[in-house]
Every structure is written in C-alpha cells, then in structure tokens.
Design a protein around this ligand. Sequence first.
Ligand SMILES: *[C@@H]1O[C@H](CO)[C@@H](O)[C@H](O)[C@H]1NC(C)=O
Ligand SMILES: *[C@@H]1O[C@H](CO)[C@@H](O)[C@H](O)[C@H]1NC(C)=O
Ligand SMILES: *[C@@H]1O[C@H](CO)[C@@H](O)[C@H](O)[C@H]1NC(C)=O
Ligand SMILES: *[C@@H]1O[C@H](CO)[C@@H](O)[C@H](O)[C@H]1NC(C)=O
Ligand SMILES: *[C@@H]1O[C@H](CO)[C@@H](O)[C@H](O)[C@H]1NC(C)=O
Ligand SMILES: *[C@@H]1O[C@H](CO)[C@@H](O)[C@H](O)[C@H]1NC(C)=O
Ligand SMILES: *[C@@H]1O[C@H](CO)[C@@H](O)[C@H](O)[C@H]1NC(C)=O
Length: 548
Amino acid sequence: MSTSTHYMYDHLHQWLILGNNMSHTVQLLNDSVFSIITDIAIAIPNNNDYFLYDVYNHCKSCGGLINITELGTWTGQDGLRITLRTDKFSRRWDYHKMRIKVAGLITDRGENQSLVEYLREQNNMSTDNWSKFGFTIIEHVKDLFNFTFELIELDHWEKNDSVGPLISGLHQGKYHIGYFPSIITVERLNRADVILQVWPMRTCFIFLTKPSLKVDMNIIFRPFSRNVWYVIFLLIITIIFALWIILKLETHVADSDYGITVLITVAALCQQGLPFMSSTQVSSRVAFLHTMIFGLLVYNYYSAAIVSSRLNVPLDKMNDSLYSLVKSKMKLAAYKDLYFNYLLRYPADDVQYFAKYWNNIPEDKRYLSLEDGVKGISNLRFAYHTEPTNVYPLIDRSFDKEMICQLTEVHLFRPGTLALWTTQRSPFQEITKIGLIRIYTSGIRKREVLRWSYRKPYCNKDKHYVSSVTIHEMIPIILVLCFGIVLSAIICFMENVVFDIMHKKQEQIKESENRLKKRNPKNIVSQIKSIVKTKKLPTTKRNIIFKK
Ligand SMILES: *[C@@H]1O[C@H](CO)[C@@H](O)[C@H](O)[C@H]1NC(C)=O
Ligand SMILES: *[C@@H]1O[C@H](CO)[C@@H](O)[C@H](O)[C@H]1NC(C)=O
Ligand SMILES: *[C@@H]1O[C@H](CO)[C@@H](O)[C@H](O)[C@H]1NC(C)=O
Ligand SMILES: *[C@@H]1O[C@H](CO)[C@@H](O)[C@H](O)[C@H]1NC(C)=O
Ligand SMILES: *[C@@H]1O[C@H](CO)[C@@H](O)[C@H](O)[C@H]1NC(C)=O
Ligand SMILES: *[C@@H]1O[C@H](CO)[C@@H](O)[C@H](O)[C@H]1NC(C)=O
Ligand SMILES: *[C@@H]1O[C@H](CO)[C@@H](O)[C@H](O)[C@H]1NC(C)=O
C-alpha cells in the first residue's frame, strides 16, 4: 500500500516479488497506480525452480485489467532464462481501445453540433483553434497507442479559480489529459504535469502607425551621418584656405580674397557654374579640378541617400514595450478572451505596470468584439488586444496595403510556446510524451500549426516607389529658402542703411571740401583723399561715391 501512495512503480524502481502462488500474490498487489512503465516480476516456486511473470496494468482507473505475461524461468541447473525479450513499450503499446478522458476549453460550439465534429471541423472564422489543434495532435497519439477518447468540454473560467478550469480539473483528477494548450507557470506546475510544449502563442495590442505630420528638419541632414558632416565642413574650410593661398600667390589674379574662394567652393559643391577665373598656373587649376571633383562626389552621395530614404521611408513605430504604450495615452480595448485576466497577472514589471493602468479603464469600455476591434484599429490612436491570428483574417479583408504596413504590435504575452498537460504522475505521461515527440520530429506538429493559424498579412513595401513628395517633406527645404530670403533681405536693408549714413557723411565731407576748395583748392583735395583711404568704405560704394 505504501508503495502505491509513494508512486514507487516508475522508472526508478524494479520489483521482484517472491510469492507462493499466483492468485494470492496478485490479490496482495495494489495496481491502482500501475502504468505502462511498471516493472514488476513475480517469482512463483515450482519444486526447486521458479517461474517468472511480468505484471502491469495500463490504467486501472480507466478500466484497465492487470496483465500477467510469462517472463522466464529460473532453474538450479540453467540459472536464469528470460523468454520475454522485447522492449517494454513495443510489447505493451496496445491499449486495446481503452477509454481515456480528455478535456479542453470550447467557447464557440453550435448547439446542434457534436463535440467531435466541432473539433475536427475546419472553418474560416473559428476562434477555438487552440483546442482544435491540441485535439488533432492528441488524436495522433491516440492512433499510435490504440486508445479511445471520452471527450469533455469546459466552457467557463470561475472567478475564484487562479489556474484555469483545465488545470484545476486535472488537479482534481476529473480527467487524464488536456487537449487545450496552456501557458506554463509555476503555480500550474504544482497542480499538473507538462507533456510537451507544442503551440506557439503571443498576444499583442495592434494599432496603426500613421506617418508623422511633424516637420522634420532632419530630412536635410539625414543623408550623411554626423561625422561625415564634420569631415565635409573641415574639408571645405581647408579647401577655401588652400585656394585662397594659391590665388594670393598668383600675383596677376586681380580679385583674390576670401569671398571669392568661398564662392568657388560653394559653387563646386552645389554643382553650379563657377565665377570665371582666368588663371594660367597649374597649381590653381589642379586645386579647381579637385574642388569640383570633390563637389561632384559629395553631391552624388547626397542625392543617392535622399532617393534611398524616400524609397524606404521609416515609419516611426513604437517599440515593443508596454511602458511606451501606456505613455502614448492611446485608447485601449481587448477581445474578451477566457485567459485575458490571467495574462494580466503575469509577474513581470511591465505587465504589472500595465495592469494597473488597465484596471483604471471603466469596465464597460474594456472589451470589444473582434469586428468592432478591427474597425477601431483603422481609426487613429486606438490599440486592440488579442491573439493576432484572431484578427489577421479580418485585417486581410478590410485593410488596404498601406495600412497593413502601418500595423504595429506591442506584446502583452511575449511569443512563447504553450504546453499540453496531464495529471500529476499520470499513467499516460510516458506514452503521450513519446507520442508527441514523434509527432514533433516527424513534422506533423508544424503542419498542424500552419493549418490552425492564420498567416500574418503581408506588407508589400515595393509599392512605395511611386508615392509623390508631400508638402511635409518639402517644408524643410522651403524653410531653408525662406531663411535665405530673410537673411539677404536683412543684409540688404543693413547695407542700404549703412550706405545712407555713408552717403550723408560723404555729402557733408563734400560740402566742407567745397567750402575749403574755395579757400585753398590744391591742398585740400589731397587731404580729403587721405581721409577717405583711412576710413575704408565698402569697395563698390566707395567707387560710386568717388565717381560722383
Ligand atoms: C491502492 O492505492 C491507492 C493509492 O495509494 C489507494 O487510494 C487505495 O486505497 C489502495 N487500494 C487498496 C485496496 O489498498
Ligand atoms: C496460496 O498461498 C496462500 C498463502 O501463502 C494460501 O493461503 C493459499 O491457500 C494458496 N492458494 C493456493 C491455491 O494454493
Ligand atoms: C498482455 O501483455 C502482452 C505483452 O506483455 C500483450 O501481448 C497482450 O496483448 C496483453 N493483453 C492484454 C489483454 O492487454
Ligand atoms: C486496438 O484494440 C482493439 C480492441 O482490443 C483491437 O481489436 C484492434 O485490433 C487494435 N488495433 C490495432 C491497430 O492493434
Ligand atoms: C469557487 O467558487 C465556487 C462557488 O462559487 C466553488 O464551488 C468552488 O469550489 C470554488 N473554487 C475554488 C478553486 O475555490
Ligand atoms: C522604448 O522606447 C522608450 C522611449 O520611447 C524607452 O524609454 C524604452 O527603454 C524603450 N524600450 C525598449 C524595450 O526598447
Ligand atoms: C483557425 O483555423 C482555420 C482553419 O485552418 C483558419 O482558417 C482560421 O483562420 C484559424 N483562425 C485563427 C483565429 O487562427
């Protein structure tokens, strides 16, 4: 009795029981926790020899009978002779249509449809795909080991139930296997055993990211990274300086100041005509040539970068963080999944932070149906939470290509793999594990996953290349132009004011000059000339003044 309460018929223990006669010994055995892996040999004496028997029971609680098979003999002369040499599993695999209770969560079954029919049916809008997938997988195991199912359907989640109806049912031993894949948590592991992780799952908030309408001055600078800009400016300054020196050294070039070298360099960079320079010396020609080639290269890289950034305009998508989602103050709603509240209890910091925010949303505004949710997504600033495969079919049907590319996802349950479960120390733990591993490695699981999930809507980025430049992209360029206009207007204004002042001064000087001329004409003219030279008026204006 204590051997069965301590589950000592597992892989770790092998038993040899010496009995007097078979019927009596078997009566003494408590086979309620026997399973396919039980390793018991009973030795029954026969004169001086022993007959050995192999004993097991697939599952007593499912109506299994104890199976006694001859294992071998032990004789004084020959010693031990084993006749049952096949492997335990290949010998015991056949469950002879034993009925095993399996349970899962079903939410959408029609009244007049049988459960088996429903679980095998493949239709387009079903939301019970998890159960259907799990059932298909478990059915493969069923076929491998020749047992049958007694199907149980669970349809609600008690408020006070912290681990879910499936796991608590397994814990109470109401059924043996769950065909509904469930999230693995420590709390659940204390109540049931995992067979294998089979079903990939994630849940997320889905919303649209519209191209930003903010004016981004960066558009002008983005083609080059920061250090490239630094290098270009450094080179420009070097070029200006070098050109200036070269032109200075060429004595016959008339106008060789900083102004003209800056103009030359900027003209080269902008691929515009140079102010004409008649220079015969090789050094300055080489300098010009290099400046222009430099300008050509920089110009081409710049325009190429602009073109490429136009082709893949980066959408400013939110990063996959619940903190960012809360900060965005977007309107939120969720599909009322059975397990939604369970997800919110996940102990990670970001989930807990989010749960607090979520609980402040009024109860009646929290949940929306799939159709309304998808409609909501197409409006701006609305995020809808569900398992993405639930809404992908709707999105595929109702969203245009551009909107599909703008879809943004922020995960609540990060991509993970859900598991199938059995009761703790289940007699089926071993065979389901073997069966599922076979299904896994043969690729059946992958095929079934594809069959029961909907593919992500495909974002075709190539369609972007015909989009025309919008005014938002133009604004920075227009701003640069406006800035130039305003700057030149200001300078023009200042020059004119300065000119006016100079002009008046000039008049005064002329008047006084005239007055002086009358007295002593020769002396004064030379005096005035020297005054003007020391004052250094702007060249052009000085000429104008003097021509008058
Ligand atoms: C057999 O073992 C089970 C589990 O430990 C126990 O509940 C049951 O009472 C036992 N049966 C007998 C006949 O001792
Ligand atoms: C089996 O052995 C038990 C005790 O060891 C004995 O009471 C019983 O009579 C035996 N039965 C037969 C059929 O020999
Ligand atoms: C009993 O076990 C043997 C092998 O150990 C097997 O061949 C036989 O089919 C089993 N019988 C029943 C009724 O399970
Ligand atoms: C499954 O078990 C039933 C009932 O014992 C038996 O008739 C059938 O032959 C078994 N199937 C296989 C494939 O062995
Ligand atoms: C939950 O409450 C119901 C009655 O409302 C009760 O029957 C059930 O045992 C409770 N379950 C747990 C896990 O406390
Ligand atoms: C997401 O972006 C925010 C700022 O927008 C930042 O604070 C946060 O660390 C980022 N999170 C992750 C996971 O990248
Ligand atoms: C469920 O499976 C069906 C059939 O394979 C598929 O058409 C449907 O899109 C799936 N639904 C979801 C929500 O994945």
